[in-house]
Design a protein around this ligand. Structure first.
Ligand SMILES: [Zn+2]
Length: 514
């Protein structure tokens, strides 16, 4: 046990130790306070309702958050860097109408300091991407992103160094490496996320950066690998859609959900001590998650959003194609037999996803309308026919399971049912006299007989991929397209119909009753 004298001595030495230790910022040659504001995967311009009765998201609330952060920082002598983690031009119903033009106009009002392209920036092809990026007035980054000749894309940079009170902040940004697999960037090239980030961080440090922030549209696995490698101090990501903050004391990895329901702010205090040529950086982050339910929308941005919404509603009456054949979307047709309109929609899915076959459930076709030969079909008609915001996903499924799927689709006949299959790339005959599950008597895919153990790529709606309408075989199949990266069915159909100009496919014997 300590006696009083030794206790005092130990207290004194402890006190001496404490007073001789001075925090790094007290010895700093330079110091800076920087707030990084992250939003990513921002698709819907308006706010959305939530199960808790509140509304969140939308450009107007995001604008209010960014404006408040910038004003507060200015008053307190801090700096703000606003990062957009990518995925925004698509998919949404409104984006399908103007190929994402309203998104860029509204993002210009937010004025992020760094933007990186996600896979969805290429959903309308290379030219639309280039057009939209030309309209952007905010800085674009893409260190792993090149044109077919290997040159950086117009307006895109690899990295930059910002001087904040003598502290050098290195900034780099990367586009989504797997865009060619998930979208349509055509001949644009994407370098590897991990190697490029490491190389850019090394280049930034060689150029004098004291603190490196990388903004990435990337898979979570790559983000975690970069964090483990301590490739940068701060990694701001998009693509996974979750609200994610992971700080291991050396490197922080952050993602802000999607659609700005939540916006993450990282307040970083950075100090740099210079001893001769040697610079030592000390930093520490604080994290704030802003729930936009509690944010008053910015009035100027809210009225811009309302103007765009009205203009796009007007646009819905424009014709996307003319039909040369009669189309009938009545329940008694689409839920009991091969329907011309079902063929058209399934063809759009198969072609858009480059699949062997496609299928949607008759219950997904809703307007109950008859279109006479010569009728014009508007964007609004397609929205009315396909109102469920379904996405198109591709599964890899064995022939035997695909036959079981067709059996499931025919199982309730002659009773009409939402599960009745409308197909493309598939031809089948069935016998209504047989019991459910044994009705298919012949089946072809792509013009050749079905092979039980062959694997087929089949485009289906996400509802069926989740096992809806008892299509459990689709739920159990290998998913090729994750839901987040799947195109909207409405946009696939509209794009296909525009390309056709005139729809000519009628009922042609894809599903024949014996
Ligand atoms: Zn993405």
């Amino acid at each position: 046990m300590l006696n009083r004298r030794s206790f005092l001595a130990s207290l004194a030495s402890t006190f001496a130790l404490v007073t001789s230790w001075r925090p790094a910022w007290a010895q700093a040659t330079h110091s800076a306070n920087v707030t990084f504001v992250l939003f990513n995967d921002f698709y819907l311009m308006g706010e959305q309702p939530f199960p808790d009765g509140k509304t969140r998201g939308g450009f107007a609330r995001l604008a209010a958050v960014v404006k408040a952060e910038r004003e507060k920082a200015r008053a307190e002598g801090r700096s703000v860097i606003v990062a957009h983690g990518g995925d925004t031009l698509s998919p949404s119903v409104m984006s399908g109408l103007d190929q994402g033009a309203h998104i860029i106009a509204l993002t210009n009002m937010i004025a992020p300091d760094v933007f990186v392209p996600g896979n969805h920036e290429f959903d309308f092809g290379k030219q639309v991407f280039l057009d939209r990026m030309r309209e952007a007035t905010f800085p674009l980054y893409g260190a792993n992103f090149r044109d077919a000749s290997g040159a950086p894309l117009p307006g895109h940079k690899d990295r930059s160094v910002l001087d904040v009170g003598g502290v050098r902040i290195g900034l780099t940004g990367l586009a989504y490496e797997q865009s060619p697999r998930m979208s349509s960037p055509e001949d644009l090239r994407f370098g590897p996320t991990i190697d490029t980030t490491k190389a850019q961080a090394a280049a930034l440090r060689a150029e004098g950066a004291d603190f490196v922030c990388a903004v990435l549209h990337c898979n979570r696995g790559d983000g975690l690998a970069l964090q483990y490698a301590r490739a940068a101090e701060l990694l701001l990501t998009g693509h996974t859609h979750d609200l994610f903050i992971n700080h291991d004391g050396k490197c922080a990895l952050v993602e802000s959900g999607y659609d700005a329901h939540y916006v993450t702010c990282v307040d970083v205090a950075i100090s740099v001590r210079q001893d001769g040529a040697r610079r030592t950086t000390t930093w520490w982050p604080q994290f704030r998650v802003i729930d936009t339910a509690g944010v008053a929308p910015d009035p100027a941005v809210a009225s811009a959003v309302a103007r765009f919404q009205q203009a796009l509603i007007d646009k819905m009456s424009e014709a996307v194609c003319t039909t040369a054949v009669a189309l009938d979307s009545s329940t008694s047709t689409v839920r009991t037999r091969e329907a011309a309109i079902g063929n058209l929609f399934a063809d759009a899915m198969r072609e858009g996803m480059r699949a062997d076959a496609a299928m949607l459930n008759g219950g997904g076709i809703r307007a109950g309308k008859n279109y006479d030969p010569g009728a014009r079909i508007s964007h609004g008609d397609i929205l009315a026919e396909l109102p469920f915001n379904n996405r198109v996903v591709v599964v890899e499924i064995a022939g035997a399971a695909l036959r079981r799927a067709m059996e499931n689709g025919l199982s309730l006949l002659p009773q009409p049912s939402g599960r009745f299959p409308q197909v493309s790339g598939i031809a089948l005959q069935f016998d209504l006299a047989r019991k459910a599950g044994e009705r298919v008597t012949a089946m072809q895919v792509g013009g050749t007989p079905l092979i039980d153990d062959k694997i087929y790529r089949v485009a289906i709606v996400d509802f069926l991929a989740r096992g809806g309408d008892d299509y459990t075989m689709f739920r159990d199949a290998t998913r090729v397209t994750p839901d987040n990266d799947a195109p909207m069915l409405v946009n696939e159909v509209v794009g296909y119909l525009r390309k056709l100009g005139t729809a000519r496919t009628g009922v042609e014997g894809r599903i024949v009753v014996k």
